[in-house]
Design a protein around this ligand. Structure first.
Ligand code: AHG
Ligand code: MN
Ligand code: MN
Length: 336
């Protein structure tokens, strides 16, 4: 139990004290990320005033258009994490693993991140976020390569996101529940505002991009059409729909009041040789860890996301996560 208002820094130090023999390196990585998120919160709130909106005129390794802020926030993350506490970094916006410059001492942690999730929302002033995941580098590895990042989500030691909305909120799990810290801009600190958050097992709210409906597999067609039939249909209740197009905002809503978030596999992606929309190492695993730690469930519609063996840094996967009973139902339809 922590007092509401405890700073994120105090929280990290108190957690460190529970681990005999902790060197403080892991705490430093978390502090580095918190610093980056404070900087990104300041940048997002200034927006057009500092000319950061719009396209950068380039593409990332996955062929997606990069926004100016995708590149700026990636640089902010690299800068904050280049203090000798991390071993190597991998990001949605970088083709290869980023090894710290040789003059910087290497730590023992691998950090993966989506520096700006929902970046297309920047230009229209809708919520965006930063997602991160922390793993241990394999023992004895001095210069981590992509192969060292190929660890299933169950190996994550921490994951979190920072949502930049009306307020900036850091949501963190170190495998011992989920806590939320709101940025108090007056004192420059993230302060604990919600402890041990739990997702309700049932919900009447779903989030899916319905414009792709004609490409979905039959079990997904069945699930959503049953939701849409409402109180007259087999579910016997009316559903509501939300789609922010920022996974961070969707998952935050689900942590707050329940719901299900779905980005399914579809025939259009399949024809293009894609294995899903969202990225396993930067989005699905960290969010899956948070959702599970909050009592929810996270699957590909067929199996548990966190047990997937990654094969590629930028691997994409289908995602179904949120309120346990809904995710179980969808997953059951797919495995029938
Ligand atoms: P990113 O901005 O990091 O590329 O991620 C966007 C993702 C996710 O956050 C969101 O749920 C989804 O893409 C939006 O997809 P649509 O374009 O289909 O709405
Ligand atoms: Mn994203
Ligand atoms: Mn992104």
């Amino acid at each position: 139990m922590y007092q509401i208002g405890t700073t994120l820094t105090q929280f990290i130090l108190e957690e460190q004290r529970k681990h005999a023999g902790a060197t403080g390196e892991f705490s430093c990585v978390l502090n580095d990320i918190a610093l980056a998120c404070k900087k990104i919160a300041a940048l997002t709130s200034k927006g057009d005033l500092i000319g950061v909106l719009g396209s950068a005129g380039s593409e990332n390794v996955q062929g997606e258009e990069q926004k100016k802020m995708d590149i700026i926030t990636n640089d902010v993350m690299i800068e904050a994490l280049s203090r000798g506490h991390a071993a190597a970094l991998a990001s949605e916006e970088m083709d290869e693993v980023y090894n710290l410059p040789s003059n910087i001492p290497r730590g023992h942690y691998l950090v993966t991140f989506d520096p700006l999730d929902g970046s297309s929302n920047m230009d229209v002033n809708v919520s965006v976020g930063t997602i991160f995941s922390i793993m241990k580098a394999p023992e004895g590895v001095e210069n981590p390569t992509a192969a060292d990042f190929m660890q299933p989500g169950t190996k994550q030691v921490a994951a979190g996101y920072c949502l930049y909305g009306p307020s900036a909120i850091m949501v963190l799990t170190t495998g011992n529940g989920v806590n939320m810290f709101t940025l108090d801009k007056d004192c420059g600190e993230f302060l604990l505002t919600r402890e041990d958050v739990k997702i309700p097992a049932d919900t009447k709210e779903f989030a899916i991009n319905v414009s792709n409906q004609r490409y979905w597999e039959p079990p997904m067609q069945r699930y959503i059409s049953e939701c849409l039939l409402g109180v007259e249909g087999p579910r016997g209740k009316d559903f509501n729909m939300r789609w922010v197009a920022s996974m961070v905002a969707e998952i935050h809503r689900i942590l707050t009041r329940g719901g299900i978030f779905i980005y399914p596999m579809d025939s259009k992606m399949k024809a293009a040789g894609k294995t899903g929309k969202l990225r396993l190492l930067y989005e699905a695993n960290p969010m899956g860890f948070i959702v599970e730690q909050a009592g929810g469930m996270a699957t590909t519609a067929y199996s548990r996301i966190m047990e997937l063996q990654p094969t590629d840094l930028h691997q994409r996967v289908p995602v179904v996560m949120g309120s346990r009973n809904e995710v179980e139902l969808v997953t059951g339809y797919h495995n029938a």
